[in-house]
Design a protein around this ligand. Sequence first.
Ligand code: ATP
Length: 239
Amino acid sequence: MAEPILSIEGVHTYYGKIEALKGVDVVVNRGEIVTLIGSNGAGKTTLLMTVCGDPRARQGRVIFEGRDITAMPTDQIVRLGIAHSPEGRRIFGRMSVFENLQMGALTADPKHFDEDIRKVYDLFPRLKERRDQRGGTLSGGEQQMLAIGRALMSRPRLLLLDEPSLGLAPLVVRQIFAAIKEVNEREGMTIFLVEQNAFHALKLAHRAYVLLTGQVALSGSGAELLANPEIRAAYLEGG
Ligand code: ATP
């Protein structure tokens, strides 16, 4: 039986007078990979950020594990078990790989640290090799691995990933998506993935939503949307 871990219900989010989200409904069930695809400016990043409470939904509700988190401060939302790997990665450039991972673990029980960092290094052996290297000197792909690893160090029950494939070469994109799949299958991690790379995202996701100018235009299984001619024409051209 599908058990919703995150329910976004009729959410409207504004930047000043600009209505970026116009009544969005999305459900993520425990154990799923759900992807949100859509073109530039559709509101994908805004939706992930609204889940984290910044910006806050002006109408509608965000429910996580049965609790209404719509009005909660962001740090409290994170402590409840949501980790966000933001667009552009935002790792700490002057800190080492290891220190970046330590930062991710700040809200977690220290007794899990050794086990958790081992899991991250198993997932991304490159991070282990580069554990003492400064974050800012890593390649784009390595920085993305670090951003995901840092999010995992907080032991989330819901992982939000914003465009992990952005600006990466095809081979690295495949590695990142393989790692996302592995975390989901091995740990049962629930993942809400925002992507412009619709082809990879739909192949990976159990279910998907298409966001079009602040509204959900279509939803279905990843396979259904991959096979949908309109989706193919709009988002998979050349994919
Ligand atoms: P991209 O893939 O380009 O990041 P997106 O689907 O994630 O696109 P958002 O970044 O969520 O889209 O933007 C949705 C809309 O809100 C856009 O019209 C954008 O210009 C606007 N917007 C985003 N951030 C702000 C902001 N801080 N202030 C004002 N408008 C914003």
